[in-house]
Design a protein around this ligand. Structure first.
Ligand code: ADP
Ligand code: MG
Length: 633
């Protein structure tokens, strides 16, 4: 998502009481929870001292198992053991086919928008599965800290769309947690390394986990992190390293790929263990129980492992190259490379990343924990525990928000890239005499014409007291909170009548669509300006036509001779004809000017007559036009 994240002073709560907060890295393979204690951010272990909680949930007849126990049971009870729920969260049944990897459990294919997984304990959704994981982690934090959490920060991939973010938030709500905010994983990693306090510059976050690879390029500018580009492969990670090593093992141990499931699982486990140990040692011994064929013994060296995984690492480097190009930055502009994800512990990965970027990546913080640590730092700030550090990482709205004005033009109220939360107000007025209602059309986009923008909502402000056109003062306020929820409020200042609407502006927009909308606005800028001018002139002409017609109906008989009236009528008809026929702003403008000059004497007479009437003791409100209930706006 094209989000910036910024630092803004003065937002933290009073520091009198330490509020408990936690950061949660809700991963595809593994999840962690971290908190800041005595100024230090650290991940929290379970009673057995394990920090990592496998993101696996097993549904049994008697209850739910989460984590290591569930992971170990996966091979024996695949249908009731749900792993990788993150791949499904916020996705529709229609997305299932394109998920890249086979998921071993059974889906309930009823015509529901959300995929449901059939288990012994009933059908479950990915949101419910994620909630189980969050519940265990929050519980762990509460036990360690000895109290209720006031809120959590949960990390999500930078590319997560609104539905995926919303679903993650739903999972937290199901788990009974208050979400301070969702934070992009690469931003969390950058925060863990304190890069938000560094000088302005560009940073790359290389995240190679169990099943996914993500590369993000962030630019820090005046304390603001902007996601310049992201890329990756949702089906490339440590699991593929395991598969590569397992393939080699099967061949070495003379086991065909027709080996039974149990043996395959055993070989995969051995492969994974060997791969992980090679981060510490040069060689590992391997033993494969081949059942009837007996025990096989062998060794795997770092060099051999490198040969097996190099093609996979090369794929990630190619993606890095592409994402740098998308971001429009060169390798020399990258200040730091932050390593995230268990697979970046593999020495070969570090070597290749160093080679490509021409500098050693940051590896001091455990790559498994770095995201959770950044989230914990953020959660601590949002809980208001850090009076010295009033920094708040915030998003910006990726596309301008505004309303439709007369003639189908957009009036931008909150321009794109405004840091959130934000509120802006603008005043509008009625277009017609006696107008008592105004319909407000909320739009999103960079284009001048409403037709080229995205429609978000419509609502109507009613019961405006009848006034002459232009006299009503209608204030429209846009406010977007830190979660990106937009509230639009319209009120007539004299009477206080009010109407409002809430919308989720980014709902359903993919990164690509946002980029597309921005690109179109740049490419079409010239064309748009011309179109806008034409519409503006048409609106102005319409206003003049309306006003003149109303005036003529009111006092033409009294103030104009038949001949004068004929001249004005002719000029009026000429303008109406021009407005209907012309697509040229200058032509319309000229026609308006001509009519105005033809009418000058009439306007003058009206003013004089109005003054005379007022002087004669009439009350001004007696000449205020009646309510004719027309809508415009
Ligand atoms: P995710 O973000 O997908 O939840 P993680 O970041 O936790 O995943 O990474 C898990 C992956 O990291 C697994 O494939 C695991 O085998 C791998 N991994 C963990 N330790 C090492 C190591 N020492 N060397 C190589 N790979 C490792
Ligand atoms: Mg991860």
């Amino acid at each position: 998502m094209a989000l910036l994240q910024i630092a803004e002073p003065g937002q933290s709560a009073a520091p009198h009481q330490h509020r408990l907060a936690a950061g949660i890295d809700l991963g595809t393979t593994n999840s962690l929870v971290a908190t800041v204690r005595s100024g230090l951010a650290e991940t929290l272990p379970d009673e057995q001292g394990r920090h990592i909680l496998p993101s696996v949930v097993r549904y049994c007849a008697t209850g739910v198992e989460v984590g290591e126990a569930a992971r170990r049971a996966a091979a024996a009870d695949p249908l009731n053991t749900v792993s990788s729920a993150k791949r499904l969260i916020g996705r529709g049944t229609a997305d299932l086919k394109s998920l890249g990897r086979e998921l071993p459990y059974e889906f309930v294919m009823i015509d529901s928008a959300v995929p449901r997984i059939r288990t012994i304990a009933g059908d479950v959704t990915p949101v419910e599965v994620s909630a189980e994981i969050l519940r265990v982690l929050a519980q762990r934090a509460q036990e360690t800290l000895g109290g209720e959490l006031s809120g959590v920060v949960i990390t999500v991939p930078a590319y997560f769309d609104d539905a995926q973010r919303q679903a993650t938030r739903d999972a937290a709500r199901l788990a009974g947690l208050h979400v301070f905010r969702l934070l992009n994983e690469p931003t969390a990693a950058a925060v863990a390394y304190g890069l938000d306090h560094a000088a302005d510059g560009v940073h790359a976050i290389y995240d190679l986990g169990g099943g996914t690879f993500d590369i993000s390029v962030l630019r820090l500018h005046k304390g603001v992190f902007e996601v310049m580009a992201t890329g990756g492969d949702s089906a490339l990670g440590g699991d593929d390293f395991d598969a590569a090593v397992a393939g080699w093992l099967l061949a070495e141990a003379d086991l065909g790929s027709d080996a039974d499931r149990g043996t395959l699982r055993h070989v995969l486990d051995q492969a994974r263990a060997a791969k992980e140990r090679l981060a510490q040692q040069e060689t590992v011994g391997l033993e494969i129980d081949r059942r009837d064929a007996g025990l096989w013994r062998g060794t795997l060296t770092r060099k051999q492992l490198a040969d097996l995984v190099d093609p996979l690492i090369r794929k990630t480097i190619n993606t890095c190259r592409r994402v740098l190009r998308d971001a429009g930055v060169t390798i020399d502009e990258i200040e730091d490379i932050v390593m995230v994800g268990g697979s970046t512990r593999a020495l070969r990965v570090r070597e290749k990343v160093s080679e490509f970027f021409g500098q050693a990546p940051l590896v001091d913080i455990d790559p498994d924990r770095v995201v959770a640590i950044g989230a914990a730092i953020q959660a601590d700030v949002l809980a208001g525990n850090n009076p010295d550090d009033e920094m708040l990482l915030l998003d910006v709205n990726p596309l301008s928000l505004g309303i439709e004005t007369m003639g189908g033009l957009t009036e931008r109220i909150l321009p794109r890239n405004t840091a959130l939360p934000a509120a802006r107000a603008q005043e509008f007025t009625t277009f017609k005499d006696g107008q008592t209602a105004m319909s407000i059309h909320v739009v999103q986009g960079e284009r001048e014409l409403v037709a080229d923008c995205r429609s978000l909502a419509r609502f109507t402000l009613r019961d405006i007291p009848p006034m002459v056109a232009g006299a009503a003062r209608i204030r429209v306020t846009f406010s977007v909170d830190a979660d990106g929820l937009l509230r639009v409020e319209a009120s007539e200042l004299g009477s206080g009548v009010l109407a409002r609407v809430e919308v989720k502006p980014s709902y359903g927009l993919t990164d690509g669509e946002i980029t597309g909308m921005l690109k179109a606005s740049i490419e079409r800028a010239r064309e748009d300006i011309d179109a806008r001018r034409l519409v503006e002139e048409q609106v102005e002409a319409q206003r003049v036509i309306e006003a003149l017609s109303a005036a003529l109906a009111c006092d033409a008989d009294e103030l104009l001779s038949a001949q004068e009236r004929a001249v004005i009528d002719q000029a009026l008809q000429a303008l109406i004809a021009t407005v209907d026929a012309s697509q040229n702003a200058a032509e319309v403008e000229t026609a308006v000017k001509r009519l105005e000059s033809e009418c000058e004497f009439y306007v003058e007479r009206r003013m004089n007559s109005g003054i005379r009437k007022a002087m004669a003791g009439q009350r001004v409100d007696e000449i205020t036009p009646r309510d004719d209930g027309q809508e415009a706006g």
